[in-house]
Design a protein around this ligand. Structure first.
Ligand code: ADP
Ligand code: MG
Length: 654
């Protein structure tokens, strides 16, 4: 495996490593910039280690106490150097750590590559130290362990072998020099030019901004010398000025003590990270330790992103591992109905080598997701309770997403039902279901709702007449999804949700309490029996267009209305479904007639006049068409309707 040339040893890489390196060197990548993140996170890990050990071993740091990472870019020589004064490596550690695939993530990755033709995967994974060969034709490591006298020099072209030798150096830590490939120094393509200081600066901001140690870089600029008064000296040679800058922000806001963060600091961070200039409605800052360790910083926005309700809405939670950025917009953490929440999650348990595919099956991530969901729902409930005004402001933005959760899965009902708000006939304010039931008069046994395309349409619905008269609150279901919610939201606290346009409803309890009740008010059932023949005759005239004709107990001033049978589609559902599916189910129509309306005695008279069969047909048709018009349906035969009306008017005034 290895041969000695003086003190320099030439070694070959492990077979798996070789294969991986081969792919890296010989392929084109879309994400090769991640090599920098990998090298910096290794440097940060190495500093973590010495920092930790120095807490008990006070001599360990010696004079070199200021822990930091340094980056040098040399455009002329096409080199990029990343150095740290961390723990360093001994000779044996270099052989052990660099040159074998030790890490399980990397190993798993190498395994996957065989199955997949997609070279592109490399970029999405990030595979530690080896990723430096994506941009470098030659990599040199000089390192000295904090515990060793001598340093080590390791060099490889990533071609299957490396050399290793002892190397004299006083400097503790690791210095990695990348001799950049030509295609990684192409100044016509700054994003792929890794010998450009500003490219490197941007990459640090993107991936390594919150590394806990300062990342320094010298910036060079030419300046003509100036005299005492600040004027440039004519003819003087320009001088090179060096500015040493720290490129990263170091402590991420989410790792700071909650008590020390002002709302404005949160807002500044929120604006920059999520590009939303509207102040958020709430912030959730969580720090969990224990079996699963993580920090989460979540924001409930005050405005929905314009594409929130698009099918392919893609925003999600950003992932970090120990302050190192891993992934944007991870969608697998929060459930769909909370997709409006923006934020990030940082866990030391996430590997940098994690991929979207792996995340989908990650059990630990699911546990974290559940915790976050619970916390977000708690925060929303708290907002509703303590800052109603704010909650009502954001409700129109995100209400539909929350409703979607109830619609999609029954198990979400209990979690989300207390977050719902509806307008109702009771007053002009929005109400929760709980407030609704608390306002219910004694004896009311159902929660009533009316569904239509808007509030004005609902206000005109004749089916609401009895509820208005008896002062019974009715919820307005005006979002398209609202009535469909009742498939899962069939009850709230064991009280049934009942549509005012369904055949059955039960106000008996309320009516009994009402002292102004007319003696014959409850007698519609009896009337249905008394007028059975008449009702049957009308039904017969309508020839299958309605499933039944009944005396109405809900109409007070209108002559007729339709109601739907207790199950199946309602008119509102039928109309909504028609818009998206031409095979939409039809709602059953039951025609209700108001026995107290002045037209009723006329119907009765016509019915009793056995010779007027044709007139009964006309009247039945007109009543039916009126009910259609009231519901906003198209008339089946407008010409016939118009002719029958004219005929009646002519008769009446002749
Ligand atoms: P990982 O970081 O996932 O272990 P890498 O390929 O990035 O995998 O690094 C392999 C190993 O090499 C590290 O675990 C570490 O032991 C060692 N190493 C890499 N870079 C450094 C460094 N700058 N200082 C000390 N050790 C390092
Ligand atoms: Mg690493």
């Amino acid at each position: 495996m290895s041969q000695k040339t003086g003190s320099k040893k030439v070694c070959t890489f492990q077979a798996e490593t070789k294969e991986l390196l081969n792919l890296m060197i010989n392929s084109l990548y879309t994400h090769r910039e991640i090599f920098l993140r990998e090298l910096i996170s290794n440097a940060s890990d190495a500093i973590d280690k010495i920092h930790f050990q120095s807490l008990t071993d006070h001599e360990l740091l010696g004079d070199d106490v200021e822990l930091k990472i340094e980056i040098e870019v040399d455009k002329q020589n096409k080199t990029l150097i990343i150095s740290d004064n961390g723990i360093g490596m001994t000779y044996d550690e270099v052989i052990e750590n660099i040159g074998t695939i030790a890490k399980s993530g990397t190993k798993a990755f190498a395994g996957r590559l065989k199955e997949s033709d997609k070279i592109d995967l490399i970029g999405k994974f990030g595979v530690g130290f080896y990723s430096s060969f994506m941009v470098a034709k030659n990599v040199e490591i000089i390192t000295r362990s904090a515990k060793a006298e001598k340093g080590v020099k390791w060099v490889s072209e990533g071609d299957g072998s490396y050399t290793i030798e002892e190397f004299d150096t006083n400097t503790r830590g690791t210095k990695i020099t990348l001799f950049l490939r030509d295609d990684a120094t192409d100044s016509s393509n700054p994003e792929e030019d890794f010998s450009n200081q500003y490219t490197i600066q941007n990459l640090i901001k993107k991936y390594s901004n919150y590394i806990s140690y300062p990342i320094h870089m010298d910036f060079y600029r030419e300046e003509t010398p100036r005299d005492k008064d600040g004027k440039t000296i004519e003819g003087a040679e320009p001088e090179t000025i060096i500015d040493n800058k720290v490129l990263n922000s170091i402590t991420p806001i989410w790792k700071k003590d909650k008590k020390e963060i002002t709302n404005d600091e949160y807002f500044q961070f929120y604006k920059h990270h999520f590009h939303d200039w509207n102040e958020f409605a709430d912030v959730i800052h969580l720090n969990l330790e224990g079996k699963i360790e993580f920090t989460a910083l979540l924001f409930i926005p005050s405005k929905a992103s314009s594409d929130l309700y698009d099918r392919d809405f893609s925003k999600g939670i950003h992932l970090y591992s120990n302050n190192v950025f891993i992934m944007n917009d991870c969608k697998d953490i929060l459930p769909e109905h909370l997709r409006f929440v923006r934020g990030l999650l940082d866990s030391p348990d996430f590997s940098l080598n994690i991929s979207r595919e792996i995340l989908q099956h990650d059990a630990q991530l699911k546990v974290i997701g559940k915790t976050l969901e619970k916390k977000i729902i708690e925060a929303l409930k708290k907002l509703l309770k303590e800052n109603r005004e704010k909650y009502e402001e954001i409700w129109p933005e995100f209400g539909k997403a929350l409703k979607g959760g109830i619609y999609m899965e029954y198990k979400n009902k209990e979690k989300l039902e207390d977050l719902l708000l509806f307008y109702s006939s009771g007053n002009d304010k929005m109400t929760t279901l709980n407030e609704y039931i608390e306002r219910m008069p004694e004896g009311q046994k159902e929660i009533y709702y009316a569904a239509a395309k808007d509030i004005n349409t609902i206000k005109r619905m004749p089916q609401l007449e009895i509820f208005k008269e008896k002062n019974i609150d009715v919820l307005y279901f005006v979002d398209k999804i609202d009535e469909f919610l009742t498939q899962n939201l069939d009850k709230y606290k064991d009280i049934k949700l009942q549509s005012v346009t369904r055949e059955d409803f039960n106000l008996d309890g309320v009516l009994k309490k009402n002292e102004n009740i007319e003696p014959n008010e409850k007698a519609e059932d009896d009337k249905n029996i008394e007028y059975k023949d008449l009702l049957d005759a009308i039904k017969k005239q309508l020839d299958g267009k309605v499933s039944d004709v009944k005396m109405s107990k809900r109409l007070k001033s209108s002559p007729v209305c339709f109601v739907n049978s207790n199950s199946g589609a309602s008119f509102n559902m039928e109309q909504l479904l028609k818009g998206v599916n031409q095979f939409a189910p039809k709602a059953t129509k039951i025609l209700e007639i108001n026995p107290k309306h002045s037209i009723f005695p006329i119907i009765e008279k016509v019915y009793k006049n056995r010779n007027a069969n044709n007139e009964l047909k006309n009247i039945s048709e007109i009543l039916y068409n009126q009910a259609l018009l009231i519901e906003g349906f198209e008339l089946e035969n407008p010409v016939d309707f118009s002719n029958s009306l004219c005929e009646l008017i002519t008769k009446a005034y002749n």
